[in-house]
Design a protein around this ligand. Structure first.
Ligand SMILES: Nc1nc2c(ncn2[C@@H]2O[C@H](COP(=O)(O)OP(=O)(O)OP(=O)(O)O)[C@@H](O)[C@H]2O)c(=O)[nH]1
Length: 415
């Protein structure tokens, strides 16, 4: 079978590559065959596009680049057209792969994936020759149409065949991580969380802080989420089970929906709650998108109406409740929310800043000491803010240094 790339007119692609010169952010590359789902993944995770709308996406003809600068997440994501061979002599592979943090290769699991595996092998081995520090991530994608047994068989088959190909080429030392994903459920967010955590330098510090918080507050599981993308950038060291992750991730949708409906009525310096403000900044009209995502605006409104009724009786028993309080010792207000589950567990959310929320899962008995939890949370919040400020300062310094190097290189080439 012929696994070569089709011949295409590549003048547009060269133009976009030239645009990239001068950007020093770590890159995440999305690669894979045509129609494997790359653009859909980028739009759903980072653009909040409802999954069904990806059906109308057109094929990508030039590299689509997006800057993602949010809290601890700071990189450029590049969506590549599936039909172009970027290892061809026509492209400067050092320029493309030199600054790459992660290369994500998307395989369509609903299709025959033999060709995709050959392309993956070629991509991984070629990129590795250019940059040995790239982390290679393989998304076995579109698994929503597959049974659980078939998903596991597919993953085993893909891993086995790639392992054999790498071993035949004596390149078995290249490590690949595999994820089963779909844009129609949480799996794509979970996979991106794990991929992005590998690029966050502050991860060990954040994990330590979460461990200390959990141990001292009777919390069973805690996630630090990036609010807009629903990517968790850190969690404590107890094992992640998909159910608790899904619950916490769904809570973000619930809270944002409630904020979109009622946020304007809550008094805050600018009349809107911060989570909604952040969306506006990214050009994603909050109400429309979030209701589009889970389509539950009506039921949330009902829930919120019920909540208003019980509000006077006992605030801590609301399901869910959303409060804005003034930060202790600070002038900024912060959102918090509490959802009591049927099994007696409690989901507790606290806003760390405009970009991050902490979501914890704990037993109801442990929540009775919530004064202690709130105090520990304030300590946690201050520590995270310090880490964040430190990393921002370091990033700025590094950017300035890199700009200086660029300038001096330009000057010497002009001379
Ligand atoms: N069932 C299912 N379909 C998906 C999933 N992700 C993407 N798709 C569909 O796959 C088709 C192709 O998606 P694109 O995102 O355009 O694929 P691409 O890899 O960017 O394609 P090129 O731009 O041609 O390289 C679209 O119809 C999507 O709706 C998924 O998780 N499950």
């Amino acid at each position: 079978m012929n696994y070569d790339y089709p011949h295409i007119n590549d003048s547009e692609i060269t133009d976009t590559l030239e645009d990239s010169a001068g950007s020093d952010k770590p890159r995440i590359l999305l690669m894979g065959l045509q129609r494997s789902g790359k653009s859909s993944i980028q739009r759903v995770v980072f653009g909040k596009m409802p999954p069904n709308d990806t059906l109308y996406l057109e094929s990508t003809t030039k590299i689509q680049k997006e800057d993602i600068t949010r809290s601890f997440i700071d990189f450029q994501i590049w969506d590549f057209p599936g039909q172009v061979n970027f290892f061809d002599m026509a492209y400067d592979s050092q320029e493309i792969f030199g600054a790459v943090g992660a290369l994500i290769f998307v395989i369509d699991a609903q299709d025959d994936y033999s060709e995709a595996l050959h392309r993956l092998f070629f991509t991984v081995t070629s990129a590795y020759r250019v940059n040995q520090n790239i982390s290679f991530e393989v998304l076995i994608h579109k698994v929503d149409g597959l049974s659980d047994d078939y998903k596991i068989d597919t993953q085993r088959d893909v891993q086995q065949r790639m392992g054999d190909m790498l071993a035949d080429a004596q390149m078995e030392h290249i490590h690949l991580s595999y994820y089963l994903t779909s844009i129609y459920d949480h799996s794509i967010y979970e996979a991106f969380s794990k991929i992005i955590q590998k690029l966050i330098r502050e991860l060990p510090t954040l994990e330590n802080l979460l461990n200390v918080l959990c141990q001292n507050s009777g919390i069973d599981k805690a996630y630090l989420f990036d609010t807009l993308t629903k990517i968790y950038i850190a969690t404590d060291s107890s094992p992640v089970d998909m159910q608790s992750y899904e619950l916490c991730s769904d809570m973000i949708d619930v809270i944002i929906d409630i904020e979109c409906i009622y946020g304007a009525q809550v008094s805050s310096p600018n009349g809107r709650l911060s989570i909604s403000d952040e969306e506006d900044e990214y050009g994603n009209g909050g109400d429309e998108n979030h209701h589009g995502m889970n389509g539950n605006g009506r039921s949330l409104q009902d829930q919120y109406d019920q909540e208003d009724d019980v509000n006077d009786d006992n605030e801590s028993q609301q399901q869910p409740s959303l409060r804005r309080t003034d930060g202790v010792g600070q002038n900024e207000s912060e959102a918090s929310s509490l959802i009591k589950l049927d099994n007696g567990d409690v989901l507790y959310m606290r806003e760390v800043n405009r970009l991050l929320v902490l979501i914890c899962l704990l037993r109801h008995d442990n929540f009775e000491k919530h004064g202690l939890i709130d105090y520990n949370f304030q300590c946690f919040k201050e520590a995270v803010t310090e880490v964040f400020e430190f990393s921002q300062k370091r990033n700025n310094q590094q950017q300035q240094q890199q700009q200086m190097v660029h300038l001096s290189q330009q000057q010497s080439t002009n001379e």
